[in-house]
Design a protein around this ligand. Structure first.
Ligand SMILES: NC(=O)c1ccc[n+]([C@@H]2O[C@H](COP(=O)([O-])OP(=O)(O)OC[C@H]3O[C@@H](n4cnc5c(N)ncnc54)[C@H](O)[C@@H]3O)[C@@H](O)[C@H]2O)c1
Length: 382
């Protein structure tokens, strides 16, 4: 039985702690919670009864000597806390994003690489969506042939001014390190890179629309990938009845992926053959369609306990030698983050940005955003 602690028991961390406390994770138990806010600790205890509580996470680690820690604090504290824990030999499951700046994530990854015996994972729970898992199998099998186009639309993270007015660390460059991209879309951007890899170039436009915030609540990106794959990505947090759609078009097939179901179209013959053999100006292939769904029981379970429980469960299994790997290694967190940093740089400069980015350049860019924020400026309102 592995002893877990949860650091940060706000909205998300309290759910992780509850799942552990209620024995919903095989081979793991909640040994203690740590939060710098006594109010957060009291709130958890008043809902669940007596738990070992600490206002200082280092004290918690010293006294409890846990096997693993889940970090669910605001973004800027992920790397400082995770790096100390990993260096101290405590397995870490960090909430997303891995970091705010690529340079911090790379620093974190170096520390993780220097401690290969200490597991480091990241909470990319959307990788446990069965629809995305099936899409990954199909793409990796090569059955789609050459990928041509990827289109990702994520406009279902609606946030009103009231959400932003609740204050705290959210929706600011100094507190969160960005807006809809780094907070919400990091999940989908991870799934995107997990499926099709990283782009070589990003050209982006960002906006702050109809909200009194300094960060972006919309983003439009055009991406170029190796081997001719091209893509677009649209994100918005101000659209009612938003969409969540991922489409991957390829030579031998196409995936149309929603949040809960996917259609897989298979072409016989491939587009390349259709084109080479067409005797008219148009072309056609035989199309077979297969539909995949999330699955009702899994959907109910994930809705009740959170998709994050899948990640914690696999992490505990990994620590107990029952799973070959975590859902996502922590070091993989740098990828979606680099995409996001590149998009911010491009949107700010008005120029396309090549990847890998220069991490120092992004640090200088975000420093400017923070300066503008201090002067009550909105970085992406021109
Ligand atoms: N995986 C997901 O789907 C998902 C969903 C929501 C939030 N999150 C992530 O979870 C993290 C927390 O988000 P939240 O919505 O729970 O925020 P929150 O503000 O509700 O909770 C954060 C908690 O951390 C505590 N805290 C801050 N600094 C601390 C420190 N140094 N030591 C100990 N405690 C500290 C705060 O007092 C607070 O109680 C963020 O990284 C967020 O992006 C992930």
């Amino acid at each position: 039985m592995k002893k877990f602690i949860v650091i940060g028991v706000g909205r998300m961390g309290s759910k992780h702690a509850t799942n552990l406390l209620k024995n919903r994770v095989d081979g793991a138990c909640l040994a203690a919670i740590a939060d710098c806010s006594t109010e957060a600790l009291r709130k958890f205890e008043s809902a669940h009864g007596k738990v070992r509580c600490f206002t200082d996470w280092r004290r918690c680690v010293e006294e409890i000597k846990p096997d693993a820690a889940i970090i669910a604090t605001p973004h800027y504290s992920h790397v400082p806390i995770a790096s100390e824990l990993i260096a101290g030999g405590i397995a870490v499951l960090s909430e997303k994003p891995e970091a705010v700046e690529t340079c911090e994530a790379l620093r974190m990854n170096e520390i993780a690489a220097a401690h290969p015996e200490t597991p480091f994972a990241i909470m990319y729970n959307q990788r446990t969506n069965p629809v995305y898992m099936r899409a990954k199998e199909i793409v990796d099998s090569g059955a789609l042939g050459r990928l041509k186009r990827v289109t990702l639309t994520v406009t279902d993270w609606y946030r009103s001014q009231n959400y932003y007015d609740q204050g705290g660390w959210r929706a600011s460059w100094s507190g969160e390190g960005g807006g809809v991209l780094i907070n919400q879309c990091v999940h989908q951007l991870d799934v995107l890179q997990w499926l099709v890899g990283m782009p070589e170039r990003i050209y982006a436009h960002a906006g702050t629309v109809n909200r009194n915030i300094t960060v972006e609540n919309e983003m439009y990106c055009y991406m170029e990938y190796p081997d001719g794959l091209k893509g677009t990505f649209t994100a918005s947090a101000h659209e009612l009845k938003g969409s969540n759609l991922l489409e991957i078009a390829a030579d031998k097939g196409k995936l149309t992926i929603g949040k809960y179901s996917m259609k897989y179209y298979r072409f016989t013959p491939s587009e390349e053959v259709v084109n080479a053999t067409a005797k008219r100006g148009y072309g056609k292939a035989k199309v077979r369609v297969k539909r995949y769904r999330y699955g009702l029981i899994k959907l109910i379970r994930d809705a009740l306990f959170g998709q994050q429980l899948n990640v914690i469960g696999t992490f505990a299994d990994f620590l107990n030698g029952k799973a070959a790997k975590p859902v996502a290694y922590g070091v993989e967190g740098a990828r979606a983050l680099e995409f996001i940093n590149a998009a911010y740089m491009s949107a700010y400069s008005g120029k396309a940005v090549s990847l890998p980015i220069d991490p120092e350049e992004y640090s200088m860019t975000i420093a400017k955003f923070k300066e503008e924020e201090k002067n009550n400026g909105k970085v992406f309102v021109r």
